[in-house]
Design a protein around this ligand. Structure first.
Ligand code: SF4
Ligand code: SF4
Length: 261
């Protein structure tokens, strides 16, 4: 799910799907194109994707970022994006692709889960999310679209167990959308504040250490239930991370975190 503005929404390729519009699709190992879509991708990973993947692989967030991603800064944006590195082979396959299919299937990223539908959040002029839009856009070679099986965006989300991903990505889009303005000044993203913001959104193991083994909880009030859950849950910790970036970088308060005193 990516942040888009209203002008971009009307230019996006694919068929726009309203809540009750249907599309036809079914993917299974018997299709002639099986696995063809899992190669040579610009696959953006959102913070919750990283949490699920690194836990699936049994490695730390730091190891995951070191081994599997490229961090890129796109024109017009003041927060980096995280891209999954494809394997170093002729076809540039996804590193999690096996002959049998996706090796991380239960924890596959939001974009793979939602495919062949793409979701976007449209932001208003006030920088707040206004609308979620869906587009059906399978590549031409995708034979899944020959199926007679019908879905709406909602039934597809349920089938793909994507609701939690969409909720977390919508939270992220709200934070990410703020970074179309430059908060950093001359130090840029490499400033200590920039590095902290990246840690609080993409490096949950480091951020947990920071929250629970520094003066963080003396300086900020986090609801006790959320703080308790965040000790063991990366997803709950990520909610604190998002709220903290909004407060620390932009001065936006939320129920998840308040400055003390
Ligand atoms: S994570 Fe899985 S579904 Fe996504 S591109 Fe890689 S192999 Fe394909
Ligand atoms: S191209 Fe379409 S039908 Fe083929 S494997 Fe990918 S999603 Fe499935």
């Amino acid at each position: 799910m990516k942040p888009i503005d209203s002008a971009e929404r009307d230019r996006l390729p694919g068929r726009r799907l309203g809540p009750d519009d249907t599309f036809r699709f079914r993917c299974h190992p018997g299709v002639s194109c099986f696995n063809r879509c899992c190669r040579n991708l610009n696959l953006f990973l959102y913070p919750y994707d990283v949490v699920r993947l690194k836990n699936c692989l049994g490695i730390s967030s730091e190891e995951f970022l070191d081994r599997h991603v490229d961090v890129v800064l796109r024109d017009g944006s003041f927060f980096p994006d995280v891209l999954l590195q494809m394997a170093d082979n002729a076809e540039k396959t996804c590193p999690f692709l096996t002959p049998e299919g996706c090796a991380v299937y239960p924890d596959r990223p939001d974009t793979c889960r939602t495919f062949p539908v793409e979701q976007g959040v449209v932001f208003g002029d006030d920088g707040r999310p206004r609308e979620i839009v869906h587009f059906f856009r399978p590549p031409d070679f995708c034979r899944g679209q020959d199926s007679t099986r019908q879905w709406t965006p909602r039934t597809w989300e349920r089938d793909q167990q994507a609701a939690v991903y969409h909720r977390m990505t919508a939270r992220w889009a709200e934070v990410r959308g703020l970074f179309y303005r430059d908060p950093w000044g001359p130090g840029g993203m490499e400033s200590p504040k920039g590095k902290m913001a990246f840690m609080a959104t993409y490096n949950m193991d480091r951020f947990r250490d920071f929250v629970f083994h520094s003066s963080f909880l003396k300086r900020y009030r986090v609801p006790s239930r959320l703080a308790r859950k965040a000790r063991s849950s990366d997803a709950e910790l990520l909610k604190i991370g998002f709220a903290w970036v909004k407060l620390y970088i932009w001065g936006i308060r939320s129920k998840e975190i308040m400055p003390r005193g």
